[in-house]
Design a protein around this ligand. Sequence first.
Ligand SMILES: [Zn+2]
Ligand SMILES: [Zn+2]
Ligand SMILES: [Zn+2]
Length: 160
Amino acid sequence: MTDTCSHPHGSHAGIRGAALAAALTMAEARCAAGQERLTEPRRRVLELLLQAKSPLKAYDLIAAYGTEGQAAKPPTVYRALEFLERLGFAHRIESLNAYVPCRMEAESHSAAFLICDCCGAAQEFEPDFSGQLAAAREAGYAVRAVTLEARGLCAECQTG
Ligand SMILES: [Zn+2]
Ligand SMILES: [Zn+2]
Ligand SMILES: [Zn+2]
């Protein structure tokens, strides 16, 4: 992320307040439906991801974990991230080595991201890999998920 542009970076806010509470309640329900539990660390890490305006690295999450400024034990955060990724609540963006919450409300799925090189925002969209996945199946592969990362400038940063 570079701050070479002169425009403000404001439009990619995370969610807060009632929207945040609703998202966490929904996550709890989805866990319960799958016989899983949204334990306190899992819930806290998801909350931090939902509040963030750009992808967070594991050490950002560790540092921000405590509501009174105390850091988490790293394994707590890594285990929570592993869980959130497995259940499709979060995605890891390889090129940034950072995590974003999933906005799709779906089980684990293929994901694509538009990553802004200027403000660091990452927007998820649903890719259509059905043709490629069918070809992979024919070649004998069992593909679990595909992640596509597209780099460039978001609409806001292009106006700078
Ligand atoms: Zn997703
Ligand atoms: Zn941007
Ligand atoms: Zn910018």
